[in-house]
Design a protein around this ligand. Structure first.
Ligand code: NAP
Length: 466
């Protein structure tokens, strides 16, 4: 029997999810020196996942990595299957039978909750949904964020919290020069916000945001960052954390915070940074009106300090509450799931079942594998590790597989409307054209039927082949 990966017998791999982890897995496979046939499945009609729908619209440099992914999509050994979802259009057993290997790179499509009273009140949202809304994610297009209030509270001090705060406080003229969704631009233009509170349950030395993002808050015209100098006095364990070379970014954050605290206080709109405050309840009748916070103190050894309540409480007014306390993945029908971590259980990227055995041929990569951490580029090494495991398993991944032809036939039987790489390009070109008419770099489609119609009019969808 010929070995998959040799000339004339390609190693057939399906990658599920056309975000950073999926594209980096494709890149590693394309560079492995074997004959490969790679099919990249994406549930939406448009690619790039987190880069299109997660990265803030004003972070142009981060978004520009999509050009790298667009080049990968043009490789003749790779085929894109947009608008095809695992579990909806093709099942786990079906996909597993078609390919030698499947890499699941579906990211995290849910978020962690606070589990406190009042969390279901209108006006309380996941920051993830707010990010999806301003980035034109179809799932979030119909959400409504009431900005007709003076005070917003953002729970968490990671980069997502900083992103949503910056977008809330950015001058509308600055946002107009981005590809932010039109509905979000209109709503933000009407915002009455004057106070945004960023709540950290631990101290300034434990804030998860990075210096570049923190510093940007201080550059927003008409907004002042309010930090209490007393909040920047560190306990001995935090001083020890700061002295670690690995914590250089934390030291830079502290310098930035000290600079904010030293700026003269002016009238006007404020971003308030609160430390050692944990939300305990949200209050309101028809919608959220206030957030109760428990004052915290740090206990534990350097690097492992936890917040404990002191018994003291404070309250903040809030017409809008965004929880930015971390993302999590969701189950995929037919695959095991680690509910505690919100990820696929795996060993070195190989997906393992409840019995601890490898689900032969199945791999995970990116945030669905390791949880939501790191920057876009972190997924490159992560996907390379997963692909290295896959290639090491090649002796077990043999046998005849119909791969792409089999997938085409199955999707045609189900009358799926598949969007190809040409369709993706057509959608992007149409979005640029829509943007030109509004003096923006792009005006994204936010409805799936509009995306499909645009892809359809420009390129023949691949379902035609049976
Ligand atoms: P994150 O970095 O893990 O931050 C989560 C924040 O929520 C932390 O401050 C955490 O505090 C807090 N938190 C968690 N549970 C809480 C609770 N029950 N009550 C109060 N606070 C709670 O997560 P993220 O901001 O969602 O970011 C995810 C990843 O994407 C990160 O790697 C981030 O750097 C990356 N990202 C990068 C960019 C960028 O490069 N510009 C932009 C956005 C996101 P504790 O530390 O106490 O747990």
């Amino acid at each position: 029997m010929s070995v998959a990966g040799q000339p004339g017998h390609p190693l057939k791999v399906a990658i599920v999810g056309a975000g950073p982890a999926g594209f980096y897995a494709a890149e590693a496979l394309l560079a492995c020196g074997l004959e490969v046939e790679i099919d990249l499945l994406e549930r939406l009609p448009v690619p790039y996942g987190l880069v299109r729908f997660g990265v803030a619209p004003d972070h142009f440099k981060l978004k520009s990595v999509s050009a790298v992914f667009a080049r990968i999509a043009q490789d003749a050994r790779l085929r894109c299957f947009g608008n095809v979802a695992l579990g909806r259009d093709v099942s786990v057993p079906e996909l597993g039978a078609l390919y030698h290997a499947v890499v699941v790179a579906t990211g995290t499509d849910s978020d962690r909750r606070l589990d406190i009273p009042g969390e279901s009140l209108p006006g309380v949202h996941a920051a993830r949904d707010f990010v999806g809304w301003y980035n034109g994610l179809p799932d979030c297009a119909d959400l409504d964020f009431d900005l007709d209030c003076e005070s917003a509270v953002v729970i968490g001090q990671g980069n997502v919290a900083i992103d949503v705060c910056r977008i809330l406080a950015s001058p509308i003229e600055r946002l107009r020069r981005t590809d932010i969704a039109g509905h979000a631009l209109d709503a933000l233009a009407r915002s009455r916000l004057r106070h945004i509170h960023l709540i950290g349950r631990r101290g300034p030395a434990q804030a998860k945001c990075t210096p570049k993002e923190l510093r940007e808050l201080g550059t927003l015209p008409d907004w002042q960052v309010a930090v209490q100098a007393t909040d920047l006095q560190l306990n001995p364990a935090s001083e020890q954390e700061l002295a670690q070379p690995a914590n250089a970014q934390v030291a830079r954050n502290l310098d930035i915070l000290r600079d904010f605290a030293a700026r003269p206080v002016q009238d006007g709109r404020r971003i308030h940074l609160h430390f050692l405050r944990a939300p305990v309840a949200l209050y309101g009748n028809e919608r959220v009106r206030s957030v109760e916070l428990a004052v915290q103190t740090l206990t534990g050894t350097p690097g492992a300090q936890q917040a404990r309540p002191t018994g003291e409480r404070t309250t903040l007014d809030a017409g809008l509450v965004l929880r930015a306390v971390g993302y999590r993945g969701t189950t995929l029908p037919g695959l095991p799931f680690d509910h505690a971590r919100g990820t696929l259980p795996h060993r070195d990227g190989r997906i393992i079942g409840d019995d601890g055995q490898w689900l032969s041929g199945w791999y995970a990569s990116g945030w669905i594998k390791r949880g939501p951490s790191g920057v876009i580029g972190s997924n490159r090494a992560d996907s390379a590790d997963t692909v290295a495991a896959l290639l090491a398993d090649r002796p077990c991944l043999q046998g005849a597989r119909s791969g792409r032809d089999g997938l085409h036939a199955l999707l045609a039987r189900r009358q799926c409307k598949v969007v190809s790489a040409d369709g993706w390009q057509a959608i992007e070109q149409a979005e640029s054209e829509r943007g030109r008419q509004r003096d923006k770099p792009a005006e994204k489609f936010v409805r799936i039927p509009d995306m499909l119609a645009t892809a359809d009019s420009a390129s023949r969808p691949e379902t035609a082949r049976t």
